[in-house]
Design a protein around this ligand. Sequence first.
Ligand SMILES: *[C@@H]1O[C@H](CO)[C@@H](O)[C@H](O)[C@H]1NC(C)=O
Ligand SMILES: *[C@@H]1O[C@H](CO)[C@@H](O)[C@H](O)[C@H]1NC(C)=O
Ligand SMILES: *[C@@H]1O[C@H](CO)[C@@H](O)[C@H](O)[C@H]1NC(C)=O
Ligand SMILES: *[C@@H]1O[C@H](CO)[C@@H](O)[C@H](O)[C@H]1NC(C)=O
Length: 231
Amino acid sequence: MTKLCLPILVALLSFSTVITAQIFGLNGQLFTRGLAIIDSPAPSSTLHAGSTVGIAVDISGDGHLPASAATPGTKDSTRFDSLEIYFVSFPNSINLTVSGPDANLLGQEAGSTVKHVNYNISSCVPAGQYNLSFYEVSHISDQQFFIISNIPVEIQNTNQQGGCNNTNALDGSPQIDDAPSQSPWLLTADGTTSIAASPTATGKSGAVRFETSYVASVLSLLALIYALTSW
Ligand SMILES: *[C@@H]1O[C@H](CO)[C@@H](O)[C@H](O)[C@H]1NC(C)=O
Ligand SMILES: *[C@@H]1O[C@H](CO)[C@@H](O)[C@H](O)[C@H]1NC(C)=O
Ligand SMILES: *[C@@H]1O[C@H](CO)[C@@H](O)[C@H](O)[C@H]1NC(C)=O
Ligand SMILES: *[C@@H]1O[C@H](CO)[C@@H](O)[C@H](O)[C@H]1NC(C)=O
């Protein structure tokens, strides 16, 4: 019995929690490839025009980052530079600001490690598939990254009124970011998905991350085979 538990757990953690190739779901949180951890909304949520959507982002790296890391102008080697949020739909050709540069999301709710946006989805917003797109610029161990995290959601609107007049220009798809291969908070020596200690990574962190995700895949595959054959 105990012989089975660990491999099954490793296999489950490694396979069942992948939301997209780039965002990892663990214990109800979405680990982006950047510093941000998205607490809500959940992927594939159904939202309604005329209602409010609650957005919550953990900026503490699940407790590994000091508050200074989200303070503008900080010299911390691992830090947020900016975090913006948009509703984007390519099918609907629309790009709406949820929390732009002026909103200064990181500077809101001083002392809170979770930042919230309650966004009213206007009745002008057409129904369809959207990405709730997080644009993060961060330094991780002094290296600058630009990370785009798309949470797919559906917006329903049975009573669309008017056209939205406060939209942004929509760039071509897909946009290119420059992100680590996985969340810095999911690194461990043995390639499992437990939360790592704060990133003390050296210049080799990129390579370590790549290697770790490769090792994780091989490990989980072996674990799954082991679990199935010992059943
Ligand atoms: C969401 O973003 C992905 C990646 O850029 C893109 O392929 C997809 O079409 C987007 N979805 C919508 C509904 O715009
Ligand atoms: C959001 O919509 C609700 C209901 O229409 C309204 O009471 C509230 O003031 C709106 N909030 C903002 C920030 O516009
Ligand atoms: C959009 O149009 C509505 C209704 O005509 C108006 O109240 C609102 O101020 C406009 N918003 C912008 C950003 O122009
Ligand atoms: C949406 O608009 C924002 C603000 O103009 C821009 O930074 C972002 O690149 C746009 N996204 C897309 C997919 O066009």
